[in-house]
Write a protein that binds this ligand. Structure first.
Ligand SMILES: C[S@@+](CC[C@H](N)C(=O)[O-])C[C@H]1O[C@@H](n2cnc3c(N)ncnc32)[C@H](O)[C@@H]1O
Length: 275
């Protein structure tokens, strides 16, 4: 619990002071009744403070319980990833800027079950390494990740080398440029150097940053549909955000016969199965 700010101090001192002042003002008119009014107001204020602090404490407790549960779920997912993939070098960080462990576990499970020949990622990072490790273990498949930021492209390439994933995982420099998508302008990845060995069976969308504009990740499917295999799966991270919900539903509406599911993961994710 932090220290009280000026506003809180002024309420705690100011309200009782006002009650006492009111009593003093009323005393010449109503005599001892003024003391009763002051005592009544002070009691109500005290009850208010007790209830408020109790609610605050309960809210804090609830948040802490949720966080402990969430940390447990993510630790469990991280352990599952490590015990399945047995990385020879430390995995890059998960959560925050990177995908959460529960989404990464979903990727590992999907790749093990469906053995995609080609995975395409919109953004690069920890997920690229995890997907690459999974494909390496299966002995089949490639992952190509589009990256707009040369600095992070370099960091991911180094992680790919640390894990011996050259030839399996590739980070493609794809600077953002203004593009027309279904009649609207979007800053989106330059695809001029994109070449895939075969159409992608899995598309993972975790970029560009949502700060660029509203529906920033919408172009992924219209721009990459021509690179996807029939029946491909599209996974959209950060599905808990309203923009991502709208994007997923728009994609589904633009691809009749597709199946859309929400995955209740830490950041939420949308899974679209194309017809
Ligand atoms: C939402 S993050 C997700 C990246 C990826 N899907 C993952 O799980 O790591 C998207 C962007 O974060 C940036 N990024 C990549 N590596 C990073 C790092 N080590 N630290 C901070 N940002 C990074 C990249 O520009 C990337 O496109």
């Amino acid at each position: 619990m932090g220290r009280m700010n000026l506003r809180q101090w002024s309420v705690v001192i100011g309200v009782p002071a006002m009650a006492v002042l009111l009593g003093l003002v009323l005393q010449p008119w109503i005599g001892s009744g003024a003391i009763m009014i002051t005592m009544g107001l002070l009691s109500i204020f005290l009850a208010f403070l007790v209830i408020e602090s109790r609610n605050f404490g309960l809210g804090l407790f609830e948040r802490q319980v949720k966080e402990v549960r969430s940390n447990y779920v993510q630790m469990e997912a991280l352990l599952a990833i490590h015990s399945t993939l047995k990385p020879a070098a430390p995995l890059p960080p998960t959560r925050f800027w990177a995908a959460s462990p529960d989404l990464l576990r979903e990727l590992v499970t999907h790749i093990q079950r469906h053995r995609p020949t080609c995975v395409l990622e919109v953004s690069s990072g920890t997920s690229t390494v995890v997907i690459g490790l999974c494909l390496k273990q299966l002995g089949t498949g490639r992952v190509v990740a589009l990256e707009h930021d040369p600095h992070y492209a370099g960091i991911t390439r180094r992680a790919i080398a640390d894990h011996g994933l050259e030839g399996i995982a590739t980070v493609l420099d794809a600077p953002l440029k203004e593009q027309m998508v279904n009649g609207e302008r979007y800053p989106w990845y330059d695809l001029s150097t994109l070449e895939l060995v075969s159409p992608a069976d899995l598309l993972v969308v975790d970029g560009p940053p949502d700060t660029l504009r509203s529906m920033a990740r919408y172009p992924a499917l219209p721009m990459l549909a021509g690179h996807l295999a029939r029946g491909a799966r599209v996974l959209l991270d950060d599905g808990g955000r309203s923009d991502e919900r709208a994007i997923a539903h728009r994609w589904a509406a633009e691809h009749p016969g597709s199946t859309l599911d929400f995955l209740p993961l830490e950041a939420g994710a949308w899974s679209l199965r194309l017809p």
